[in-house]
Design a protein around this ligand. Structure first.
Ligand SMILES: Nc1ncnc2c1ncn2[C@@H]1O[C@H](COP(=O)(O)OP(=O)(O)OP(=O)(O)O)[C@@H](O)[C@H]1O
Ligand SMILES: [Mg+2]
Length: 239
């Protein structure tokens, strides 16, 4: 079991959308996926609910994940499959430090705006703090979200420069701003169950998702099976 946590303390950064995209890609590759839904909007749980009987057999979604039940859900998910994706709320939460202790990898979705980089920086600071103070190293990367493929705005360039100066790894594939993502997920479909004739630019969304999925898998695979879980108590103390 490999757990990937999606975190950014700023709301609306694109965490949940990133979780849904990565979820679709891991399923496409044949992995089983459990999504732990800690987003109070329960968006992934609703998405899964809309799928009903057409839900991919290798997908499970656990709603209402909180700091008090995370440990038991991680334990159950561990027996259940290949990947666990945790969708965190867009606010500071004790769940973040706790979740880091279980995560093989942390993905920080950052929208290409300065405001958003701050929420991402909070997560990165906590990860660096754990490395410095407790020698707990949690591999992590930023994925830039809601990017207009046609223009590099000044604020996006600013975010990229800031991350480069802090030596934070950024996935080469950003998540493009596409209505297709919203339309597919709102309809209770996956990127592969949705019909291309009904969704504008579905092919482009799939292309973007596939490039990101492959990049993430390559990056995360070396960490599969490793866990920082023994440090969980330490993490809780620091949090
Ligand atoms: N790549 C994208 N293309 C189009 N719309 C997007 C994209 N990413 C996010 N959105 C839209 O932006 C809004 C916020 O995105 P999302 O819910 O994924 O963010 P979040 O970080 O999970 O928010 P919260 O912190 O509130 O949980 C949603 O309406 C979503 O549909
Ligand atoms: Mg969300």
């Amino acid at each position: 079991m490999t757990m990937i946590t999606f975190a950014n303390t700023k709301g609306g950064a694109g965490k949940t959308t990133a979780v849904a995209i990565v979820c679709c890609e891991l399923l496409r590759m044949g992995f089983s996926v459990t999504v732990l839904d800690a987003d109070p909007q329960l968006w992934i749980s609703k998405w899964f609910g809309k799928m009903g009987k057409t839900a991919p057999p290798k997908l499970s979604v656990v709603p209402y994940v909180t700091a008090s039940n995370l440990a038991s859900h991680v334990k159950a998910a561990r027996a259940n499959g290949d990947f666990v994706l945790l969708d965190l709320p867009g606010a500071r939460t004790p769940l973040l430090a706790q979740a880091l202790g279980y995560s093989q990898y942390v993905i920080i979705p950052i929208q290409g705006s300065a405001m958003d980089a701050e929420g991402g920086a909070n997560v990165i600071e906590l990860i660096h703090y754990l490395a410095d103070k407790a020698n707990i190293r949690i591999p992590h990367s930023v994925v830039l979200t809601r990017i207009n493929p046609m223009v590099t705005t000044r604020s996006l360039q600013g975010v990229k420069d800031l991350l480069a100066s802090r030596r934070v790894h950024v996935f080469a594939t950003p998540i493009i701003e596409r209505a297709a993502y919203r339309d597919v997920f709102a309809a209770g479909e996956t990127l592969y169950s949705a019909r291309a004739e009904r969704i504008t630019n579905l092919d482009k969304a799939r292309e973007n998702a596939q490039a990101l999925g492959i990049e993430i898998l390559r990056r995360v695979l070396p960490y599969t099976g490793k866990t920082t879980e023994t440090s969980e108590g330490q993490l809780r103390n620091i949090a």
